[in-house]
Design a protein around this ligand. Structure first.
Ligand code: PEP
Ligand code: MG
Length: 582
């Protein structure tokens, strides 16, 4: 009989496939005594499991080679070294021999010994290596348990291809790795719509549902599932009729997406002749290649944090300059909006590089521009790299999470210093680079006019703006039900920002997730938004809505919607408006 579960749909699309339950946390490790004559057998079990784990990693490495970020290949290389290290194997085999215990338990004891050794090291970098030991041991433990788990696929197959992954949570690296292994969908127990994994899943076009508590207990490995990423719905063991229904929807959706490609490289212009700027968000220069599958356009948000998060030390000016230039070259004349480092809170670097004690409330702590201003040497390095990139094409610079004008003034002073330093070094740079502010704090939205008067553009970061306006932690799924872009206060702040831009005659863009969600496109157009920066795989869908809309019709209807004082009424009104024009 079919069973239905619900979660938070964070990446649209329908997938039908079998469940693959991923045990990332240490599985329950049994301990039992074994007879003398079974010792050799137990050692062979361990050696075989280690061999399988090694082969799995080699296969993954081979499959993902080429176009994945360096941290992922590095992660696989370290795991390969670790799994091959005799210390791990010898200690485990010794324990089996001398204590007559099962392989799982012996491996666990050896793992704890190694973790302890790493823990006692003074070098913070080496300390973090203990995570690699744990990952590798978990992989071998899973292989050890495969001989009692008939659901796990044959090792020779592509084990994750077409499967629906059930996990407690996924890191962005896991998500990328699994995309390369062609998984059909993700279901996680934790995470919210704004977690970076959710954003990544959307970007990769993989249906995903998060916040399905106890999913790993409720869903069994090998069970057939239907995942509807838009509505956050999962059907387990669907009957034939249900499967047919969803396969039809899946086919229609595929066809609809195919048709959208007719809009590739066409202008985005409303039916009543208003040109709308439609750009993409990227995390790395390599994302531009994926973006160009959909559209040749500019980048409205280049999140530079990955450059900091993917390495063990801060990137030099040269590394930053080279990376930004690579992105600029890939854009072939389209503009690149580089956001200065937005580190902290949900985008924390390696914890060993963190300064000061752990904040109680990182989202409101020393993050983004606050952190840059506290670390001027590092910030100057990034400012110089951006200024230098500006000499080679259309580069704009954008500052995240400004709260008051004095932060902007300090930033502009540092920018002047960076220019002086480059002048002294006689290095080429663009002294007239365009500067913009992200409006993502209610205080900044309410005084957007003060920022607009001093800057070349504004960009609304709705992910944070909603977080701060509605007092909900964007990465805490316990409160993700409060995430309501249609809350009247959020809409008011967006409206104030758009009007401030209009009065100062500067463009206002939106680069938060709200801009990528087709549900809100008509509303935003009606409010007067003229620049969208979206996830690459939303480009054509958003363009389709833009090109079939008339601002003269939408503007008055959206103004009427804004008169409602209740989120539900606005949501209902928007649903009707969308139905009317779709
Ligand atoms: C935002 O806050 O809307 C935004 C675009 O920035 P990020 O998601 O990187 O914090
Ligand atoms: Mg933000």
């Amino acid at each position: 009989m079919s069973v239905m579960f619900n979660g938070i749909g964070v990446s649209r699309g329908i997938a039908i496939g079998t469940a693959y339950v991923l045990y990332r946390e240490q599985p329950e490790v049994p301990e039992y005594l074994i007879d003398e004559e079974r010792i050799e057998h137990e050692i062979s079990r361990f050696i075989r499991a280690r061999q399988i784990a090694l082969q799995q990693l080699k296969d993954i490495k081979q499959k993902v080679s080429g176009d994945v970020p360096p941290d992922i290949t590095q992660f696989i290389d370290t795991s390969l070294l670790m799994i091959d290290d005799p210390v791990l194997a010898d200690g485990t085999i010794n324990y089996i021999q001398h204590k007559s215990r099962n392989a799982e338990w012996a491996l666990q004891v050896q793992c704890e010994r190694l973790v302890k050794v790493f823990d006692e090291m003074d070098d913070p970098y080496l300390k973090t290596r203990k995570d690699d030991v744990i990952h590798v041991v978990q992989r071998i433990q899973r292989c050890l348990s495969t001989d009692i788990d008939p659901e796990l696929p044959d090792e020779d197959e592509d084990p994750l291809k077409g499967r629906i992954i059930i996990a407690d949570d996924l890191t962005p690296a896991d998500t990328l790795l699994m995309q390369h292994q062609k998984v059909a969908a993700f279901i996680t127990e934790y995470g919210g719509p704004l977690s970076h994994t959710a954003i990544l899943a959307r970007n990769l076009g993989i249906p995903a549902i998060v916040g399905v508590h106890h999913a790993k207990q409720m869903i069994h490995a090998g069970e057939v599932l239907v995942v509807d990423g838009q509505h956050g719905m999962i059907v387990a063991e669907p009957d034939r009729k249900t499967q047919r229904h969803f396969r039809r929807l899946q086919k229609d959706e595929k066809q609809r997406r195919q048709n959208l490609f007719e809009l590739k490289n066409k202008p985005s212009i409303t039916d009543d002749g208003h040109r709308i700027t439609l750009q993409a968000n990227i995390d790395r220069p390599d994302d531009i290649r994926a973006m160009r599958q959909y559209d040749h356009t500019g980048v409205g948000l280049y999140r530079t944090e990955m450059l900091f998060m993917e390495r063990d030390e801060n990137p030099s000016e040269e590394i930053q300059f080279e990376t930004y230039r690579r992105a600029l070259r890939a854009l072939k004349g389209h503009p690149l909006t580089i956001r200065t480092a937005d580190l902290g809170a949900d985008k924390e670097m390696d914890s060993t590089l963190q300064h000061g004690p752990l904040a109680h409330n990182p989202a409101m702590g020393l993050r983004a521009i606050r952190r840059c201003l506290k670390e001027p040497r590092q910030f100057l390095r990034q400012l110089r790299a951006i200024l230098r990139t500006g000499a080679y094409g259309r580069v704009l610079m954008m500052i995240p999470m400004l709260t008051c004008v004095s932060e902007l003034e300090q930033t502009l002073e540092l920018l002047e210093q960076a220019k002086q330093q480059l002048k002294q070094r006689k290095v080429r740079f663009n002294p007239d680079i365009k500067i913009g502010a992200m409006i993502e704090v209610p205080a900044a939205a309410l005084s957007a006019q003060n920022f607009a008067e001093r800057l070349d553009f504004l960009s609304i970061g709705t992910n944070d703006l909603i977080q701060y306006t509605l007092a909900l932690d964007r990465i805490d799924d316990e409160v993700s039900y409060l995430y309501k872009p249609m809350h009247p206060s959020v809409l008011k702040l967006i409206d104030i920002t758009l009007q401030a831009g209009q009065q100062a005659s500067i463009p206002v863009s939106m680069c938060g997730e709200m801009a990528s969600d087709p549900t809100y496109t008509r509303l935003l157009l009606g409010l007067g938004l003229k620049c969208f920066s979206v996830q690459a795989n939303s480009l054509l869908e958003i363009k389709h809505i833009i090109n079939s809309s008339r601002l003269d019709k939408l503007a008055p209807e959206v103004r009427d919607l804004l008169k409602h004082g209740c989120t539900c009424d606005i949501e209902r009104g928007l649903e009707e408006l969308n139905l009317k024009y779709s």
